[in-house]
Design a protein around this ligand. Structure first.
Ligand code: CMX
Length: 437
């Protein structure tokens, strides 16, 4: 058994024991009260799931195994030119709760290189799709086509025992994470570069090789990809892509099908697709205003127009956060350090100055601050990745790390089929009538 798998197994078995004790001593303890507004309002804030890898605080933002993004940027092993953390290190952390050393990350890097074998039929399936198929649809189909390789599905068919589920999910997770960058890059090169594919570079780390396969040569873009693929990975379990992967995984659908389902959720404009929407919205604004350097007044007028037409301002607001997203701030710091004079980046910063007070003035928006999607597009455009329709796939490559690490934990902890209770409005009426009698 490899070291990571061994470490994960030991931690998971220890936690399984702790959970057993907690439940036998405190299983009837209440952790939450639920209101009708929450039941009708998208289950906001209802505690209903265990998600070991990360926890979101509405004011502080995400903590991965207790570490903030700022701490991770300091503590995780860094990529080639030493500025940004390597996503491999984050995966190790999410799976074990420990910050890995350089040699552990090098091992993981090599392991994913070895496992990065995408069978030909996956590319054939992608090639068969009409070119106008959205990149996220292609990504989901590519992952689904790769499901032929699922060790979990194969072993389940052969009668695998429940205690062994975690092992098969770990193997599928490692293979999937090794392969998703190649599928994503294939889609990018097929859609936008006439099928001029670039093979992985085995001298590079996971994010560096992905940047190379996309065909963007600037070495700083590799650093950006390390940062990007680290910060988008996980945002606790209740967000739509994480929750969907978790739900589908709980049926013992294998990790390939579970991840594909999660990616379908990420493809929604209120979730991951917002990164595409943001840059489209900014470009439309610049076109309409006829300038690359709009004034704050011009931006305010455009935002008002967006709101008046019944649209949301993409990249702003959040279901949980109530402060500027630390993932936005991390990207802003990256831009300040590397491309502070870029006109589009400066537009993003101007929007950041004017949008929060405008949203606040509506009196209904709970969080007027930017989320992760408000900044990423401008960074990508700067380095030449201008095809907005691909942006959510980048998010998806990163999100795979978090949701698959959590899936390993869910099976190792023997979590059951997820099956919350739903009710009807008639049920609510009867409930209220009984209460008032
Ligand atoms: N622009 C305009 N109105 C907004 C808004 C925004 N950015 N954010 C919230 N609102 C509105 C909502 O549409 C809602 O209006 P109605 O009551 O008329 O329906 C009201 O404010 C209250 O919403 P909320 O409780 O503040 O926000 P929700 O938890 O319901 O929704 C989110 C959160 C992210 C869907 C919402 O803020 C939004 O649509 N933002 C823009 C899209 C976006 O950036 N999504 C990406 C989120 C991050 C991610 O998952 O990747």
């Amino acid at each position: 058994m490899d070291t990571l798998k061994q470490k994960f197994f030991e931690k998971a078995m220890a936690l399984r024991g702790e959970i057993k004790t907690i439940l036998s001593n405190h299983g009837e303890e209440k952790v939450d009260e639920v209101t009708l507004s929450q039941v009708y309002g998208g289950a906001r804030g209802i505690i209903s799931m265990i998600w070991e890898p990360s926890l979101l605080d509405s004011m502080e933002g995400i903590r991965f195994r207790g570490f903030s993004i700022t701490e991770l940027r300091e503590k995780l092993p860094k990529g080639e030119n030493g500025t940004e953390p390597m996503p491999e290190g984050l995966f190790w952390l999410l799976l074990t709760g420990e910050i890995p050393d350089n040699s552990s990350v090098e091992w993981l890097c090599e392991e994913w290189r070895k496992r990065a074998v995408v069978p030909d039929h996956v590319f054939k399936v992608l090639d068969a799709l009409p070119i106008e198929t959205h990149a996220m649809t292609q990504f989901s189909i590519g992952i689904t086509a790769l499901q032929t390789e699922s060790i979990f599905a194969k072993r389940y068919d052969e009668g695998m025992r429940k205690e062994q589920y975690w092992d098969a999910v770990y193997e599928d997770t490692m293979n999937l994470l090794a392969c998703v960058p190649q599928i994503a890059a294939y889609i990018y090169r097929k859609n936008y570069h006439g099928g001029d594919y670039i093979l992985p570079d085995n001298n590079l780390d996971w994010a560096g090789s992905f940047a190379h396969q996309l065909g963007i040569k600037d070495p700083t873009f590799k650093s950006l990809m390390r940062l990007y693929l680290t910060i988008h990975a996980d945002h606790e379990g209740g967000n739509a892509s994480a929750h969907t992967t978790h739900l589908v995984g709980s049926t013992l659908s294998d990790p390939y099908l579970s991840l594909a389902a999660g990616m379908n959720a990420l493809a929604g404009p209120l979730h991951g697709l917002a990164n595409q929407e943001v840059i489209g919205w900014i470009m439309d604004m610049l076109k309409e205003l006829g300038t690359e350097e709009p004034s704050e007044e011009e931006i305010i007028a455009y935002v008002k127009k967006t709101l008046a037409s019944g649209q949301v301002v993409p990249g702003y607001g959040h279901a949980v956060l109530r402060k500027p997203d630390p993932r936005f701030i991390a990207q802003m710091e990256f831009a300040q350090r590397n491309i502070a004079n870029d006109p589009l980046v400066n537009v993003v910063w101007k929007i950041y100055r004017v949008v929060p007070p405008l949203l606040e003035s509506l009196g209904k928006v709970k969080n007027p601050w930017p989320n992760v999607d408000a900044h990423s597009g401008a960074l990508l455009v700067h380095y030449g990745l201008k095809e907005h329709g691909f942006y959510t796939v980048l998010f998806g490559v990163s999100r795979a790390i978090g949701v698959l690490a959590a899936l390993c934990w869910s099976r190792a902890l023997n979590f059951p089929l997820e099956r919350p209770k739903s009710i009807t409005t008639d049920w609510v009426k009867e409930f209220l009538a009984k209460k008032s009698n």
